[in-house]
Design a protein around this ligand. Structure first.
Ligand SMILES: Cc1cc2nc3c(=O)[nH]c(=O)nc-3n(C[C@H](O)[C@H](O)[C@H](O)COP(=O)(O)O)c2cc1C
Length: 187
């Protein structure tokens, strides 16, 4: 399986890191990583991680300015893309088809080729413009998995809340993620 991971400059750089870590554990998974300048900034401000901590987890790392990368073409087969976290700016670029960088172009390619595109949009509060763009993305076929807090399964730390989100994201591709426990059901 081959997945593209796009990280943009919404809060939650750690989500991209944890997604990469989880995908690394999946046999025969090939990941292609794009990190925007905004994401590089949030990584610095929000975490103790360095860029090399991210890039070490990906099989292929692409420059966001390289519109000649393989993933910029529909002729390069992939199983889809996850934009995690997805900023409102990147969301706007995706829904408008404004493919001015590699992350946006790779998302555009997923849409035109009918490949799964999962967005993890993060902003709060959400303006009508943000909501309109999220609805537009959903109408275009994107899976919208906002990084919302989960309480029903006993998650009581940021780490556990993060795991819930990663579990939900990977589930969009039918991928397993052991740290995420589904609701067991109650009688
Ligand atoms: C610390 C920090 C947190 C931010 N959080 C958000 C956010 O949660 N959502 C968002 O849409 N933009 C957020 N931004 C603004 C984006 O980084 C900014 O709009 C950037 O231009 C996005 O570009 P990109 O989509 O190419 O990464 C944040 C910026 C900083 C510095």
């Amino acid at each position: 399986m081959r997945l593209i991971i796009g990280m943009s400059g919404a809060s939650g750089a750690v989500l991209g890191y944890e997604a990469l870590k989880a995908l690394r554990e999946i046999p025969k998974m090939e990941t292609h990583l794009i990190v925007t300048e905004g994401a590089a900034q949030t990584l610095r401000y929000e975490t103790n991680l360095e860029m090399k901590d991210l890039t070490a987890l990906a099989d292929v790392v692409h420059e966001n300015g390289n519109l000649a990368a393989a993933i910029a073409s529909g002729s390069f087969p992939t199983d889809g893309m996850i934009v995690i976290p997805c900023s409102m700016k990147t969301l706007a670029g995706i829904v408008s088809g404004y493919a001015e960088n590699l992350l946006l172009r790779a998302a555009d390619v997923c849409l035109k080729e009918g490949r799964r595109l999962v967005l993890v949009p993060r902003e709060t509060p959400l303006s009508p413009l943000h909501l309109r763009n999220i609805k537009e993305a959903a109408d275009l076929g994107c899976r919208i998995v906002p990084p919302m807090m989960t309480f029903y399964n006993g998650a009581d730390t940021v780490e556990k809340m993060t795991q819930c989100i990663i579990g939900k994201v990977l589930a969009q591709f039918g991928l397993p993620y052991a740290p995420y426990a589904p609701w067991p059901g109650r009688e």
